[in-house]
Write a protein that binds this ligand. Structure first.
Ligand SMILES: [Cu+2]
Length: 399
């Protein structure tokens, strides 16, 4: 084909392209105009729709406590620390070290100025000590052997006694052989309520989510002698729990709300991992960190909770349905490598139905009988990995 023929052909095409463009614009314009008329007909085009966060941003910050008077009331509690067993993920039951047999342990809740006496009975085969995380106590009550006390020996008890300091969300946990005892489940939440109700907001819901991580091993196993497969987990952690349960077990205890509820959720990270917690369908405000009110609460929908950090968040339940609030470190939303699992909490509105078929979760709820936790989906997942050029004999999947 000569150069002039190409030019001629191109010239023939130009009018056709112009006609096509005009047709596309005309049809598109007609559709937009029709849609606009439909919206105008319902009045929706003219109406300004308020942001969902408008009401949330109007709420005042939590008041600060300046001084605390002793109330004269006594809060007394005895808690046994003992070996127990807990199902942390469907079909995965591990030996735990637990407060009164459960992880997390009982929620301890009292008021600023109360005289508090908490006795821990050590029924384990090893020494322990309990630390009240974030609370200003006298040094002898801090639970850190040997700086603040001698370890509580097996069969012995120790009573921590103090006047409850300022209001907030806290936790208690082992501070002896911590990595092993905390990983075995030795932790619980603690709430101190303000003694002066003036200016305190009223919440329709007030709940605690304690974030934990598990190796899937029984408590008390000597890790050094174990041949552990760390390939899938994060630092050897392969199960991730909210209040001691991984998704889909978390669905048995969802955060239940009604439309219009003002919800306070206290997030406590006792795991050794960072969890960016992301809420669907709502924004929230951080109203307190580590037991201290935040002066100008920030509206957001993802909060990164570091190990040992505690955030109180609030949101208005203004979007009915069933929603997830999950860690966005997606290695933490699995049960031993199988998704979905782990740190997925569920918020469910009264009367709300799921839009999909919940039977899809059935396979996750019924792991094969006789499977040991370490065998669940074990080994390295290779899908999506480009193995070309890799010398398999040099790959060390175990450490
Ligand atoms: Cu996480």
């Amino acid at each position: 084909m000569s150069q002039s023929n190409i030019e001629t052909n191109r010239n023939r095409w130009i009018p056709a392209v112009i006609v096509l463009a005009v047709v596309v614009l005309a049809v598109g314009g007609y559709l937009l105009a029709t849609r606009g008329a439909q919206l105008a007909g319902t009045g929706r085009a003219a109406e300004a729709v308020p942001l969902t966060t408008t009401e949330l941003r109007k709420l005042p910050a939590l008041p600060e406590t300046d001084a605390i008077k002793p109330t004269g009331k006594v809060f007394e509690r005895t808690i046994a620390i003992k070996e127990s067993r807990q199902e942390i993920a469907p079909g995965v039951t591990v030996k735990t070290f637990a407060f009164d047999g459960k992880t997390p342990g009982p929620l301890l809740r009292f008021t600023e100025g109360d005289t508090v006496k908490i006795t821990f009975k050590n029924e384990l085969k090893e020494p322990t000590a309990i630390h009240f995380h974030g609370m200003h106590l006298s040094a002898g009550m801090d639970g850190v052997p040997p700086l603040s006390q001698n370890p509580i020996q097996p069969g012995e008890s120790f009573t921590y006694e103090f006047v409850a300091p300022h209001a907030g969300t806290y936790m208690y946990h082992s501070h002896q052989n911590s990595i092993e005892q905390i990983d075995a489940g030795m932790y619980g939440a603690l709430i101190i309520d303000p003694q002066n109700p003036e200016g305190q907001p009223k919440f329709d819901k007030d709940e605690v989510w304690m974030l934990g991580a598990w190796t899937g091993m029984d408590a008390g196993m000597d890790m050094k002698d174990m041949e552990m497969d760390h390939s899938q987990g994060d630092m050897g952690y392969i199960y991730f729990t909210i209040n001691g349960k991984a998704f889909p077990l978390t669905m048995n205890e969802p955060l239940k709300v009604k439309k219009g509820d003002r919800v306070r959720l206290r997030l406590i990270n006792i795991s050794n991992l960072v969890h960016p917690m992301h809420l669907h369908g709502h924004d929230f405000r951080v109203i307190a960190k580590d037991g201290h009110p935040v002066k100008d609460p920030q509206v957001m929908n993802t909060i990164t909770v570091n190990p040992g950090e505690i955030y109180d968040i609030e949101f208005i339940a203004d979007n009915p349905g069933q929603w997830v609030f999950h860690c966005h470190q997606l290695h933490h939303t699995v049960n031993n490598g199988v998704e979905p699992g782990g740190l997925i909490g569920v918020i469910t509105y009264e009367g709300a139905k799921p839009f999909g078929d919940m039977k899809l979760l059935d396979p996750l709820l019924k792991p094969a009988a006789g499977q040991k936790p370490a065998e669940h989906g074990g080994g390295m997942k290779m899908e999506g990995m480009d193995m070309q050029g890799m010398d398999e004999s040099k790959m060390n999947m175990r450490n």
